[in-house]
Design a protein around this ligand. Structure first.
Ligand code: PNS
Length: 161
C-alpha cells in the first residue's frame, strides 16, 4: 500500500514540547512522519546536528512511525527525493502566518508539495527554541517547556560555555 508521508522540518535547537506536540499530531494523521533537521552553516546553533537528531529520536521513539533525518538545500527537494507529499507546520500566532504562508506558496509553486498547518496547543503558543535558550542561559526555569532529557542536556551545554 502507498504510504502517506509527511515532513516536519525545522532547526530543533533544541526540540521543545511545542515541536513534539505538532510531530505527534502529524504522526496520528500520516503513516510516516519524517522530522527533518535543517543543516544551516550560516546560522550558529547551540547543539550539533547529531545532538539534535539524537534528542529527537529519543523523544519521538514512542510515537512509532516517526523517523529523524537531516537535510540541506531546499526542503521541497528533500520531499521529492523521499516521495513526501506534505509539509506539516505548527502555527503559534498570527505573527507566524505571513512568513509561513509565503513559504507554503513558494514550496507549492515550485513542486506541488502541500503545506498543512496545525494550530499550536495554546500551552505552547509563546514557546520557541531561541526563547528557551535565552531564558535558560540567564537561569530561568524552562522545565515543562522541553522534555526532561533535553533540559538535562541544555544545562550541561550551558555549563560547558
Ligand atoms: O525551525 P525553523 O528554523 O523556523 O525552520 C525553518 C525551515 C527549516 C522550515 C525553513 O527555513 C526551510 O524550509 N528551510 C530550507 C530551505 C528552503 O527550502 N527554503 C525555501 C523555503 S520557501
Amino acid at each position: 500500500m502507498h504510504k502517506r508521508k509527511a515532513v516536519c522540518p525545522g532547526s530543533f535547537d533544541p526540540v521543545t514540547n511545542g515541536h513534539l506536540d505538532i510531530i505527534g499530531r502529524a504522526a496520528s494523521l500520516f503513516d510516516e512522519v519524517t522530522v527533518a533537521v535543517l543543516i544551516n552553516k550560516k546560522k550558529s546553533s547551540l547543539f550539533s546536528v547529531d545532538e539534535r537528531i539524537e534528542m529527537l529520536q529519543k523523544e519521538t521513539a514512542p510515537m512509532g512511525n516517526v523517523v529523524v533525518d537531516s537535510f540541506h538545500g531546499l526542503l521541497v527537494d528533500f520531499c521529492i527525493e523521499r516521495k513526501i507529499s506534505a509539509i506539516v507546520k505548527g502555527l503559534r500566532a498570527v505573527s507566524d502566518f505571513d512568513y509561513e504562508l509565503q513559504m507554503a506558496q513558494m514550496n507549492h509553486g515550485l513542486t506541488g508539495v502541500e503545506t498543512l498547518f496545525v494550530s499550536t496547543n495554546p500551552l505552547y503558543s509563546y514557546l520557541s527554541s531561541s526563547l528557551v535558550k535565552e531564558v535558560a542561559t540567564y537561569g530561568g526555569d524552562v522545565a515543562g517547556l522541553i522534555p526532561d532529557a533535553v533540559l538535562a542536556r541544555l544545562k550541561e551545554k550551558l555549563d560547558e560555555q
